[in-house]
Ligand binder design. Structure first.
Ligand code: FES
Length: 59
């Protein structure tokens, strides 16, 4: 996997955590990622980045 980075500054959620959750749980939406990892649940600024990761994985 690519170099790890923090995607969600509010909750300090790393890209690796989000990728793992998406793959293991079969997540399809930003809301589902938020429920699993808490990424995107505070200010919402990282939601576009979360969507990009979803698109990368789910096509
Ligand atoms: S940076 Fe993710 S909710 Fe604020």
């Amino acid at each position: 996997m690519d170099n790890d980075e923090i995607i969600c500054d509010c909750n300090e959620v790393y890209k690796s955590t989000i990728v793992k959750a998406i793959k293991e749980k079969g997540l399809k939406t930003v809301d589902e990622v938020g429920e699993e990892t808490e990424a995107g649940t505070v200010c919402g600024q990282c939601q576009d980045d979360i969507q990009d990761i979803l698109d990368d994985i789910n096509g």
